[in-house]
Write a protein that binds this ligand. Structure first.
Ligand SMILES: Cc1cc2nc3c(=O)[nH]c(=O)nc-3n(C[C@H](O)[C@H](O)[C@H](O)COP(=O)(O)OP(=O)(O)OC[C@H]3O[C@@H](n4cnc5c(N)ncnc54)[C@H](O)[C@@H]3O)c2cc1C
Length: 301
């Protein structure tokens, strides 16, 4: 496991600073409403504010499902295949809590397994949150080292339980949220860990993830990776719309910060190659006396 000094957002800040040093201008709080097209390729984006930003290349870092379902306008819907709801990866219930813990000496990363893992996945497949879930707990204030003293009193913990990716069609009622919290607490209690009942927390459900990652139903890892062929069906950097590229945790190779970074590198390489093949170069006389054809007449594969 790798951790980042200063927390995960230190990485985003470092990448932003690197990009700015290379001449990029970073704009946040600027939701894109539409990918614009002209003459069969991308021509820029329109922000929700109405502002139009012309561009030869557009890179979509959201879930590709958002393109396919028209969240970025009609022009981009055919750019990538749709991901049917049945092919979505898992969503999650995530508690961000300030809790007093007892009975079990937590490490930084902890997994409490359900005694019936198969039932857990049957319940999720039928659209239900697991009744006796496997629980991951990240004890944020505890060092990854083995001999660190546990924090006194309340500590910050993040708790993750798998859930069905149906956040576009199902909202969790207060009763259901309470049932899920009780089921999670019972699971860890069986393993010896008690979380105090009054634990102040904020609970993210698949509906909240759907809001953050539109068109996913709350699926956190893009297309499901079950089966030998599934890896080959993940969206790669190239789309069917010239000038539009995809990157991010929902694309090839996989979810997770390191994998999302790899997908960014892949996209950068493909774009550099495509730009080189698009550039019209003047015919040049070579030493052998042959003139080079314009790269635009070659196949771009
Ligand atoms: C609870 C949880 C715990 C996780 N823990 C880990 C972990 O410990 N280690 C790890 O490696 N990975 C972890 N992951 C996975 C990791 O966070 C993701 O795989 C990674 O953030 C994906 O990066 P990304 O850049 O593709 O997408 P994101 O980080 O999701 O960034 C996409 C951005 O696009 C923005 N966006 C979407 N639509 C639009 C639009 N229309 N206009 C403008 N902007 C838009 C979104 O607001 C978002 O900021 C975790 C994920 C979750 C949910």
């Amino acid at each position: 496991m790798w951790q980042i000094e200063g927390g995960i957002h230190a990485l985003a800040k470092a990448i932003a600073a690197l990009a700015e040093r290379q001449g990029a201008r970073v704009r946040t709080n600027a939701p894109v409403a539409e990918v614009l097209t002209a003459k069969g390729r991308t021509s820029g984006v329109r922000l929700a504010s109405g502002e139009v930003i012309p561009a030869d290349i557009v890179i979509c870092n959201g879930d590709p499902g958002a393109l396919a379902t028209g969240r970025f306008g009609e022009g981009a819907t055919g750019a990538v295949p749709r991901i049917p709801p049945g092919k979505r990866s898992l969503s999650a219930l995530v508690w961000y809590a300030h809790a007093e813990t007892s009975g079990f000496d937590l490490s930084h990363h902890n997994v409490f397994f359900s005694p019936d893992y198969a039932r857990e996945f049957r319940e999720i497949a039928s659209g239900q949150p697991p009744s006796d879930p496997t629980v991951y707990i990240c004890a944020i204030d505890r060092s990854a080292g083995e001999h660190a003293a546990p924090p006194q009193g309340r500590e910050r913990i993040q708790i993750i339980v798998n859930a069905p990716a149906n956040g576009d069609t199902h909202g969790y009622t207060p009763e259901e949220r309470e049932r899920c919290t009780n089921a999670m607490m019972a699971s860890v209690r069986r393993c010896g860990l008690t979380l105090d009942n009054s634990m102040p927390h904020s609970l993210m459900t698949p509906q909240d993830w759907e809001h953050l990652f539109p068109a996913t139903g709350g699926a956190l890892y893009g297309r499901a990776s079950h089966g030998w062929a599934a890896s080959f069906q993940r969206q790669g950097p190239k789309t069917r719309l010239p000038g539009l590229y995809c990157t991010g945790g929902a694309t090839h190779p996989a979810a997770g910060v390191p994998m999302a970074a790899l997908s960014g590198q892949l996209a950068a390489r493909v774009i550099a190659k495509d730009l080189a093949s698009m550039r019209t170069s003047r015919p040049v006389v070579t030493a052998g006396g042959m003139s080079m054809p314009s790269a635009t007449t070659g196949s771009t594969g």
